[in-house]
Design a protein. Structure first.
Length: 224
């Protein structure tokens, strides 16, 4: 099952990191697209060796509620497909076997999402607050989030900065700072923000479209 795959993968990565003597004093991590939330799960679950900087490049930190190249708010057909997906995405078999279902976040059925999302709702502390997750994430020196300003693949694109659609509807978005996760500080992000540990970078272009020059100028310095 995918849930088992995630648990095994995170556990396997944790074991590999712990066994590498070169990483004993810490390391930096960079995840592209869904790799951004996978590596955040590693940071939350595996504090040794310590992850120092986490760079999420276009990561869907609050999940998605839309199809690539098909934003529901501007197309009746896309919206119809999206609603059809909702009818089955939180079933046990889909959650366990479809990767994309793990970061599908339905704002119209918030209780269903929180109850049946096996991966995202867990690492985002939306059922119960795991104090270990919260403590471990705050061990980061920096959590850098990159948003692609013309992203047509990730919907809503605000998820790349940990924002999302306001609960109960599918048109208006809210920033991380406006969310319950932040106001209740369920992940420790508000404390990290106050300490200057959160960096929000924006870049022109579609999903994962960037130049070598931009990468070297904006991201490489975090890795030094």
């Amino acid at each position: 099952s995918y849930r088992l795959w995630v648990l095994v993968s995170v556990s396997m990565v944790c074991s590999q990191l712990a066994q590498d003597p070169k990483l004993k004093d810490g390391y930096n991590a960079m995840g592209f697209s869904q790799g951004g939330q996978f590596l955040r799960a590693v940071a939350q679950r595996c504090p040794s060796p310590p992850m120092k900087t986490l760079i999420s490049v276009g990561g869907q930190q609050q999940g998605v509620y839309g199809l690539p190249k098909c934003p529901g708010e501007s197309s009746h057909i896309c919206d119809w497909i999206r609603k059809k997906l909702n009818s089955g995405v939180y079933t046990d078999i889909v959650q366990k076997h479809l990767v994309q279902a793990q970061y599908w976040h339905d704002p119209l059925n918030d209780d269903l999402y929180k109850k049946h999302s096996l991966f995202l709702a867990d690492i985002n502390q939306e059922r119960v607050v795991n104090e270990t997750y919260k403590k471990n994430l705050q061990l980061l020196d920096k959590f850098v989030m990159v948003k692609f300003l013309q992203d047509s693949v990730v919907d809503p694109a605000d998820t790349e900065w940990f924002g999302f659609l306001k609960t109960g509807q599918a048109k208006e978005t809210e920033t991380l700072q406006e969310s319950v996760l932040y106001k209740e500080d369920r992940l420790g992000l508000a404390a990290m923000d106050a300490a200057g540990k959160l960096d929000f970078l924006g870049t022109e272009g579609d999903h994962l479209q960037f130049t070598r020059e931009w990468f070297n100028a904006k991201l490489v310095p975090y890795l030094r």
